[in-house]
Design a binder for this molecule. Sequence first.
Ligand code: BG6
Length: 484
Amino acid sequence: MTLPDNQVLVIFGASGDLTKRKLLPALFDLYVRKALPERFLILGVARTVFSDAEFRALQKESLLALRQGHQPNEQELERFLDQLYYLGFDSDKAGEYHLLREKIEELRQAIGLPDQIVFYLATPPQKYTLIIEALRKDGMNKAVDGGWRRVVVEKPFGSDLASAQELNGCLCRIFQENEIYRIDHFLGKETVQNILVLRFSNEIFESLWNRNYIDAIEIRAFETLGVEGRGKYYEGAGALRDMIQNHLMQLMGFVAMEVPPSFEAELMRDEVAKVFRSLRPIVAEEVIRAQYAEGRSGEVVLPAYREEKEVAARSCTETYVAMRFFIDNWRWGGVPFYFYTGKRLDRKLSEIVIYFKNVPYRLFRGICPGSSCNKLVLRIDAPESISLKFGLKMPGSYFGVEQVSMDFGYDSLCTAYIADAYERLLLDVMQGDSTLYTRTDTLEMSWRFIDPLLREWQLHPAEGLCFYPAGSEGPKDRWEDLFQ
Ligand code: BG6
């Protein structure tokens, strides 16, 4: 494996949850795998004042807490933490950015690093524009001596089309497109990348992967968790913005795209963009919007969404969305696609289900009445798997068909190390590979797709909102009525 160039990683929002739960653990895993640059430093910045030693101690504590039962090697962890530095400064104040510039300069000189810097924005989204503008004012958006800059932006990237365009406008004025990395952690998942490999390296699937053989495609992301203390963020987001505009649409892009001429970032992203460009506008009547009410999980009573912390008592924010839509192109014309996502459901499950068409004439009796026995199920979350379902005669004297399953579990690849999504994506940005990051045009098209719904729901917040008990399957009657 080629190591990334020597560089500096600056994390804005370093005292926050994302840094603690995702970024530092992923960087530590890269360190253990010896995948980090030979010379490297991480500079955490946030308003709280810490010394380097205090910051290291805090990160060490949370890393150890996260790894309970699987304690890392103490010396390795200490050596990793030695690369960690901290600067307490107020990133809201453009006038203070010289402190950041000077600190980076001082560390670069001391460690002998080139002018190669990744800025990671792990702050609340309201701060993005401010930080980017301030970096420009202080001249930090431009590298000298053949160096480079990269900026990573976390989701949510805007809250509707207009705000996403505004943020893009600001980013693209200050950084080049190839310097901008909009992160979608779903694309960092091994199983999501495997959609491409499954499709484009197996003729048996790809030749059937079109409207002639496929009846419908479902993309589902179900969670058992509720909003988990993120009520304030979720009130302004809802399931449509939180899951569909980004994660589920990106999955759909991978499932529906054409094969690119080669596996280069721009060519790959061109193909996803073509799919998004072919989306038929959503029909509001084909969308179900729901919110969890009080329910149970076994003996435990689960509170309603409206009772969660920092959620309005009469909130109309959706915690569940199901929708049908179409892609108007030659491969997919007439094939319904479905998104299903929700919080506080009865199971945690992320999967893509490809329903194949039925045989033209049913010769045998069996349990797949009216529908086809053939289904391909790609499970994205743990336990990651791929299952192919087909009909088979059951042992006995008559020709009765039942559906059986041929299953592949990723855990059978016992020697393979499955990297965390952030680990993969951080390594990609350090290597300057943007294949798994969202491009400006695709991002804006995904907002354009859902924007009419957002506007409609804003105008009539309570209209059509239904409720489901927490811990249940969701508003099953509604989707059975609408989609079947
Ligand atoms: C995040 C959403 O982007 O993805 C969360 O903001 C959601 O609400 C999470 O829970 C799901 O990701 P994963 O990887 O846990 O399936």
